[in-house]
Design a protein around this ligand. Structure first.
Ligand code: GLN
Length: 193
């Protein structure tokens, strides 16, 4: 199994390290070419506006196609914004694939970033969650399962092969969320994808 990490900007190294600690090969994805042969793709945190601009063109087209084709994808923070079908204040998704709306920087300014622990459905209790100018999920479609809440706000969700989180599991030593994604990829491989 090989997991790609979109490597335009943001917490790329941290995601690759988490994946490799699970004994799974990772690959930095900088262009459309790097997508060949990946079994899943991580969209890291960073700055979603910058990532959207850097991806525009062939890479963004390829990402939209793969999302529609059902490649397993996992977006954290800015990566969640890329995968949301609706981004408040923007017409149309950046990549899209999960039927949620998100509000950018909903947890406030940089100084308002915070850490907490969450109960994550299917992952376990006390998941260490780092929020950095985090987006929040403001609408959830009927096929979307919310996996974690913080102060009555949805902060982690899944629809089929797409997993998103407002926070940054790659910045902690806790590998359980990455393990969930690797298990999702294994599940979809088993179904012949
Ligand atoms: N606020 C950033 C954005 O909108 C996301 C922050 C992050 O990924 N840590 O792109």
């Amino acid at each position: 199994m090989r997991v790609g990490v979109l490597a335009l900007q943001g917490a790329v190294r941290e995601h690759r390290a988490a994946i490799e600690r699970l004994s799974v090969e990772s690959r930095a994805v900088k262009s459309e070419r790097d997508l060949a042969g990946v079994d899943g793709l991580v969209f890291p945190g960073g700055e979603s506006t910058t990532m959207a601009l850097l991806a525009e063109g062939r890479l963004a087209d390829a990402l939209r196609r793969l999302s529609a084709d059902g490649l397993p994808m996992f977006g954290t923070c800015a990566g969640m914004i890329l995968l949301a079908d609706e981004v408040q204040g923007r017409v149309g998704p950046i990549v899209g694939g999960i039927n949620i709306a998100v509000a950018r920087n909903a947890s406030g300014r940089q100084v308002d970033s915070f850490e907490t622990t969450l109960d994550v459905h299917g992952v376990g209790p006390d998941v260490h969650a780092v929020f950095i100018r985090a987006p929040y999920i403001t609408r959830v479609g009927p096929d979307v399962e919310v996996l974690a809440w913080h102060n009555q706000v949805a902060v982690m969700a899944r629809q089929g092969r797409i997993l998103v989180a407002s926070f940054h599991p790659e910045l902690t030593a806790d590998l359980r969320v990455h393990r969930l994604f690797v298990d999702m990829i294994r599940g979809s491989c088993g179904k012949g994808a």
